[in-house]
Design a protein around this ligand. Structure first.
Ligand code: ADP
Length: 360
């Protein structure tokens, strides 16, 4: 059995709202798992059920093979880091980090050694005498993480731990969290709405929407093999382009473009004749101009955004608007006609009704 097992977990709040539907997941010891999805999709609810802060309405939860639904939060061997740092303002950094152990009556020498070792991992050695109000947001969050990791627990839960930090601090703290995980090897479940955090931190990502898991996979799996339109659109920046159309005589038309889908779908195509289909490609997967073994698309440049390392090009091809990511040296003129190619191997097709990927 895996270290953590969630089997058909549901959460129905007392007001009748069904927040989490049949959540199934096995987590191995030492894994870094990220729950990602838009606000309200059930990430925190799931995390809080794991922590024992919310009851599980139905389903079974096991920690290290033991039935855990009815275990109290303290019995679970779990430490949680919240979005708000929840530090004690009247205590210095040392006492904040030591607090849990002091409560447990641990020997002072042992506490001292552990606080110093934890502070060293977190780069807080020079700040042990400081009060929380004299720390930056990033330093406060490190103290909060220190309070969690000083206890030898099996699992760390982190709920949007970086959301109170500014953009620059977030990037620094993100790499520090990855570093801490490498050093401690602790099983971690991390909740965020930010796909970049998910992609950079996770061993495996759980993408959620409206209380349901959409896909579980490595960052590589989610980027290259999205299971459906939601995952495809959620992972990647700018998002994947989706062109909707109906298959007619093996072709899909949009704007002035007609694409022969049999080149991608082959004999599978007959199944989709007359049906809605979504043709999709990532902004970075295109090549400017006409290329072989590609779908060639024509449009007009509506807007360009020079970002330094690349340029986003907004293309209007009558009904459809798409975004391309090009080398800044190839930035096209505004309003000019543009031709680009999407290699067959970079095209995704989704069923227009179920929005599930069509494997081809
Ligand atoms: P996320 O963490 O993904 O933003 P949450 O797990 O906090 O989402 O919430 C999931 C859904 O459950 C939301 O629609 C939220 O409004 C609802 N919800 C959260 N807490 C309660 C509650 N105590 N009672 C009823 N509904 C709740």
């Amino acid at each position: 059995m895996s270290y953590l097992t969630l089997k058909d977990i549901n959460k129905i709040y007392p007001n009748g709202f069904h927040a989490v539907h049949n959540f199934n997941l096995d987590i191995e010891k030492g894994e870094f798992i990220v729950f990602v999805g838009s606000s309200g999709c059930g990430k925190s609810t799931t995390l809080r059920m794991i922590a024992g802060l919310e009851t599980i309405s139905s389903g079974d939860f096991y920690i290290d093979g033991k039935y855990a639904n009815t275990m109290g939060p303290r019995e679970r061997g779990i430490a949680m880091v919240f979005q708000s740092y929840a530090l004690y303002p009247q205590m210095n950094v040392y006492d904040n980090i030591a607090f849990g152990l002091t409560l447990q009556g641990v020997d002072e020498d042992v506490i001292d050694q552990k606080v110093r070792a934890t502070a060293a991992i977190l780069g807080l050695t020079d700040y042990l005498d400081r009060m929380p109000r004299a720390l930056s947001g990033g330093q406060r969050q490190r103290v909060a993480i220190g309070r969690a990791i000083i206890r030898k627990v099996g699992v760390f839960l982190m709920d949007e731990p970086l959301s109170n930090l500014d953009a620059k601090q977030r990037v620094t703290m993100r790499s520090e969290i990855a570093q801490i995980h490498r050093q401690t090897g602790a099983t971690t479940i991390y909740v965020t709405h930010d796909q970049t955090e998910a992609m950079t931190l996770a061993d495996r990502i759980v993408v959620m929407k409206e209380g349901r898991i959409q896909q579980v996979g490595t960052p590589h799996d989610l980027y290259f093999d999205p299971a459906n339109v939601f995952v495809a659109g959620f992972i990647g920046e700018p998002p994947m382009n989706f062109v909707k159309g109906t298959v007619k005589d093996g072709k899909i038309s949009f704007g002035s473009n007609t694409l022969d889908l049999s080149k991608k779908l082959g004999s599978k195509l007959s199944e989709y004749e007359g049906k809605l289909i979504i043709f999709a490609y990532r902004p970075e997967a295109i090549v400017l101009g006409e290329q072989s073994d590609s779908y060639v698309i024509n449009g007009e440049v509506e807007l360009t955004e020079m970002l330094g390392d690349n340029t986003n090009v907004y293309v209007n091809s009558q009904e459809d608007k798409t975004i391309l990511k090009v080398d800044p040296h190839d930035t096209p003129e505004m309003d000019a006609p543009i031709t680009f190619s999407v290699p067959y191997k970079s095209v995704y097709l989704f069923d227009g009704e179920t929005e599930d990927v069509i494997n081809c």
